[in-house]
Design a protein around this ligand. Sequence first.
Ligand code: ADP
Ligand code: MG
Length: 377
Amino acid sequence: MDLNVPLGEGGQVMDDTRLRGALPTLRSLLARRAAVIACSHLGRPKGKVVPELSLVPVGERLAEILDEEVLFPEDCIGDAARRLSRSMGDGQVMLLENLRFHEGEEANAPDFAEQLAELADVYVNDAFGAAHRAHASVSAVAKRFAERGAGLLVEREIRQLEKVRDSPERPLAVVLGGAKVRDKLPLVRSLLSRVDILVLGGAMANTFLAARGITMGRSLKDETLIKRASEVLGLAEDAGVTLVLPEDVVVVSEVAPNATWSVARVREVGSHSIAVDIGPQTCAAIESALAEARTIFWNGPMGIYEMPAFAKGTSEVARIIANQSAHTVVGGGDSAAAVRRAGLAPFMDHISTGGGASLEFLEGRVLPGIEALKLAD
Ligand code: ADP
Ligand code: MG
């Protein structure tokens, strides 16, 4: 399962969306009297035991939600886990400690996978958020089970994202924002032959604006990618893609929650100014560009949405997308959080639990965690 939930200062679960996402599969297995051993990573402990990244609080929350005892051995492999797994009764639940406390997890190590596999008879992967990584719990372990398959969440993710990737109702619009332009450039490139409308916002747009000679002052951008961004813009034009880039932005002289801000046309951003959100004209342009779309995929916030003053563009785009009759799919941790915060989750057709995984899937890349579930041909 993907139980990689955000934890607060005191180790409490701040948002249990991922935990709840795992429940349908868990409940379905328990209803059929399976003894279920759940496992997940949490954060980046890099192969060492980091007490702050223990899954204990997650197990406690899980026990609360299920109103059942959750067994919790202190290590995900070894004697205690093995002994407990053998003594489990039908319909019991055990949660293993953070898989990444062992180096073998991220190294996809055969011996670590072997020790995990010893615990169970059947393997179910419901961790879509980890499916793009070749890690032991999703890759090496799967092949050690003759009986293996996808959980309900993974199945739904694949069905929804396959529809966007392979058979979207056209026009297809893709809205991309956020900061990880290096990660997202390959997706943009691969989309050009399939997408009708491409909207770029957030920090990622700055690199594309720079490729058009619009320098955007001190705004966050990746100088090393300007040439590639420029190539992509050329290809988009050749492919006849309707491209929407910010026309106006919210600018500040220092990034701070209470900074004084103003709206500037992108060509008039001062050399010391920093763009932190898209402006009202850009929102209007996005609304009219998306009006005719029949399928919309959105990833990445339009600004520094963590600061309420600069969250307007993101919540406006969330509202615009939620209002469309098009089939709407949202991917990415931050975009999903923004949609939930705006109370618009019920109006989207699908909110992916995978950030990187949903992008790599749409790009057409093989996801190791999904590949490993396939039975030998
Ligand atoms: P997602 O998780 O949805 O895939 P990313 O992780 O790529 O999105 O990007 C999210 C981050 O991008 C947020 O932390 C947000 O503050 C940042 N961001 C968006 N626009 C800007 C901007 N104009 N300047 C700096 N950071 C930005
Ligand atoms: Mg993110």
